[in-house]
Design a binder for this molecule. Structure first.
Ligand code: SF4
Length: 351
């Protein structure tokens, strides 16, 4: 990116080498770029006047060329179960959502972040999939969600966020570079210092990008939104499966496991009369043995305009028991934040 061509660009999008080149072109010492990056990345500055170790004339030069375009809180909803959903407005008027999921008993405070405005993958059960895909978020917009929700976590729970899941709006692997940049930012020891093992990327399953993620030096967790354990069923609810079928995905996941040695999670929403039969369970078992897996069975939450209904608790129990009998690690997750449309698959900027 050529800095000079971009007037009033968000300075948080500018790389250190570009910033250095710009600063030197203005007759200032190059090491100032490092200081600016430190203010942004380590101290979360969103105003040039916070950068008190920069000379005033440099701050004025920066103000003339750059700006900050942080996301803003637009609307906050609190669920009876403590879950907090926040809608943010972006500088260009788009909306996204993030969810704070507290688990006070085990001191676990998770943020579910969005990675795109809308989603192009059109999974049939998902509210976000019904929205038009607009654009990917940049790294600063992802980190902004973290910072603003972390403030909420301090206010409401007197705690810091402990986990980050890329499970909000959008397919994170289709916004690969920005998501990885955000992960570098979140895990930087001099700043937020979130341990990579507390970050999870949840994907609908794009094999070549799973392979790419496996080769990254930074080791995060991977969750696959599986939801059906045979290709025919999965094709019918997740069009991405037509080009990334289960065989191809299993190869990619095995590679990810071999490189990372991290147990992979399968997210499995239990739909009534669709994916909880004994045959479905046995198909799922086959997908669980090539490498260590945890299956999270998730209660379905109704989405307007979608014909699926949630499976009953008996069907879920029976299904889970078959998995357990075949030595598959399984959890049955109660949905959080249902009353405010903050649960899995429900994010659609409804407010
Ligand atoms: S489930 Fe995920 S990948 Fe599928 S449409 Fe929704 S946001 Fe996109």
């Amino acid at each position: 990116m050529r800095v000079k061509d971009n007037i009033a660009i968000d300075i948080r999008k500018v790389s250190e080498p570009d910033l250095k080149e710009f600063i030197q072109s203005k007759g200032q010492p190059g090491y100032r770029a490092k200081q600016i990056i430190e203010w942004i990345r380590h101290k979360g500055a969103t105003d040039f006047d916070q950068m008190t170790n920069l000379p005033k004339d440099l701050r004025e030069i920066l103000k003339a060329e750059f700006t900050f375009l942080p996301i803003q809180i637009d609307h906050v909803q609190k669920s009876k179960d403590g879950t907090i959903k926040t809608r943010f407005v972006l500088h260009d008027g788009y909306y996204i959502e993030a969810v704070l999921i507290p688990s006070v008993a085990d001191k676990r405070y998770t943020i579910c972040v969005s990675s795109q405005v809308g989603c192009s993958l059109t999974c049939s059960f998902c509210a976000t999939g019904q929205m038009k895909m607009q654009r990917g978020l940049d790294a600063a917009e992802i980190v902004d969600q973290y910072r603003l929700v972390n403030d909420q976590c301090r206010t409401h729970f007197n705690a810091e966020l402990t986990n980050v899941v890329f499970m909000g709006m959008g397919e994170p692997l289709l916004n690969y570079n920005n998501v990885m940049e955000a992960i570098h930012w979140l895990t930087d020891q001099r700043g937020i210092a979130m341990p990579p093992r507390r970050i999870t990327i949840s994907t609908a399953g794009i094999a070549k990008l799973i392979l790419r993620l496996a080769d990254e030096p930074i080791r995060v967790n991977l969750a696959l939104s599986l939801h059906a354990a045979d290709d025919e069923k999965r094709n019918s609810i997740m069009p991405i499966n037509e080009t990334n079928n289960l065989e191809v995905l299993m190869r990619a996941l095995r590679y990810f496991y071999e490189k990372n040695k991290r147990r992979i999670s399968y997210e499995y929403i239990a739909f009534d009369q669709f994916n909880t039969s004994s045959k479905d369970a046995l198909n799922l078992v086959k997908l669980c043995h090539p490498f260590p897996v945890l299956v999270n069975i998730i209660e379905y939450n109704p989405v307007e305009g979608v014909s699926f209904t949630k499976a009953g608790s008996e069907a879920i129990d029976r299904f889970a028991r078959i998995l357990l009998k075949h030595r598959v690690n399984v959890t049955v997750r109660k949905s959080r934040g249902k009353d405010i449309d903050a649960a899995c698959g429900q994010l659609a900027n409804k407010g």
